[in-house]
Design a protein around this ligand. Sequence first.
Ligand SMILES: *[C@@H]1O[C@H](CO)[C@@H](O)[C@H](O)[C@H]1NC(C)=O
Ligand SMILES: *[C@@H]1O[C@H](CO)[C@@H](O)[C@H](O)[C@H]1NC(C)=O
Ligand SMILES: *[C@@H]1O[C@H](CO)[C@@H](O)[C@H](O)[C@H]1NC(C)=O
Ligand SMILES: *[C@@H]1O[C@H](CO)[C@@H](O)[C@H](O)[C@H]1NC(C)=O
Length: 493
Amino acid sequence: MDPTLKLLAFLILVLANICPIKSDFSHCEKVVKNWAFSSLQQRVKEDKHTLRDLLFFLHVPRTGGRTYFHCFLKRLYANAQECPRSYDKLRFDPRKQECRLLATHDDYSMMSKLPKEKTSVVTILRNPVDRIFSTYEFSIEVAARFLVHPNLTSATKMVGRLRPGATGVSTLDIWPWKYLVPWMREDLFARRDARKMMGSIDIKRNDPYNMEEMVMPLQEYINDPRAHELVHNGETFQVAGLTNNSYFAESHEVRCCVQKHKILGEHVLEVAKKRLDDMLYVGLTEDHRESATMFANVVGAQVISQALTENSSMESAANSKSGQGSSHSESLPDNDDNQDSTSDHKADEIGSTEDLEEKKETMTVGKLMEAYEGCISSLRKTQSRRRKSSLKRISPANFSKEDRSRVSEVVIEQIRSLNHLDFELYKYAQEIFAKQHKHVVEKLSSMESESMFNNPGGITMWKFFSSAMCIVVLLALLFLFVNARRRMSKVKI
Ligand SMILES: *[C@@H]1O[C@H](CO)[C@@H](O)[C@H](O)[C@H]1NC(C)=O
Ligand SMILES: *[C@@H]1O[C@H](CO)[C@@H](O)[C@H](O)[C@H]1NC(C)=O
Ligand SMILES: *[C@@H]1O[C@H](CO)[C@@H](O)[C@H](O)[C@H]1NC(C)=O
Ligand SMILES: *[C@@H]1O[C@H](CO)[C@@H](O)[C@H](O)[C@H]1NC(C)=O
């Protein structure tokens, strides 16, 4: 081979280093179409509205899934029912386990490890622009915690010491943070060192998204190959099973082809849409309250009745502790950005680890919602405290909602274009969400008195649950009272 040609080939390989494979269009088209065809063949045809034995929560990063995990799923399933090492890099065979709940950032290819016909999938999607902002901020937020250390070497050493034996799963072990955080960490230390070298510098305080003295500007972040690999169109890739973390070796080739030839993304999108169609539940980060209520009614109600019919006296426990008192539903912010911070200490430390074994009173949808409200507000408080103390280290780069609106239209447009598949998928998810809502309202109104639903909007539904909740609380109190009396008249062994 001609040496210059060789060099050229080498250069192309290096430039396209995320795609070190044969990727001309006709080859790629064949690869992607074959993948799409076989993926669509595998659709489960049974009733998707019925909860099956295993619930797989496909948690797309930065969609608020943490609150669903901690405030719903942790209450519905006992620890023993959770598949081992949820959220960790899973390389186990759940078919051998008796587990009922799997919550993870792993993508849809995980299904190849699960009993397909016995698995229900749920997910939450988010407006891609907000998701990108949130991903950027969270990468920096977690990385900034390391700035307590004098230098990168000692910070990195610290990580090694923190890890072994930790009870929770560290953010640094979880895809995609295990790549994004070290990247930002290195970057933050480099910028801090540069500032030290320069002596005093004058920081333009107006735009934290473009404050290169302190942090990598947003525009630089979104254009980095790592963001292309791990962040953009992440919702579509995750639902399709084509992330960089996929279980299938062939997924990497498909992803490469799609990144190289934009038009082939259509096939991926089609597969992702079909997968959403087959899911038990699809939530939207933006419609938080509606999504949560629906989750309780679609997923929660079925987990509860499943536990009841099985009557295995499982600890499908109510959690009365954190749902107390003042948790008024209307006081919640609709779209809190800090809601799915992945704790890097104990993942469970907030509100959900009270011994499930101790509480055997029967769970209801009303109680679930009530507990959720208390749980979510304490979770958000904790997360916002952590975020504040972390961002203090890179002050004045303090990312606020108002700052977002000042980011230039050029950058926003670029985010849109880099996430065009996610935009389409999100629109589709909104349609599914509306259908799902209709389905739930119809089902409930056929069950309950119709007069309460003469105005079938979300507000009505929500109000209905608030009043239902009051009744449930009264019943629960009555139950406790009767129970206490019974206990007093019996000698407890
Ligand atoms: C980094 O900090 C540690 C702890 O203060 C110190 O022992 C070490 O020499 C530093 N390393 C470098 C390369 O400055
Ligand atoms: C995923 O992406 C990261 C960051 O670009 C990279 O370091 C890693 O090797 C990739 N993993 C695979 C399986 O391609
Ligand atoms: C349910 O379980 C309890 C004990 O846990 C048992 O006494 C009861 O008979 C069971 N009911 C049914 C219908 O199996
Ligand atoms: C961020 O900036 C806003 C407005 O400038 C200020 O009110 C807020 O307290 C700041 N937050 C932090 C964590 O510094």
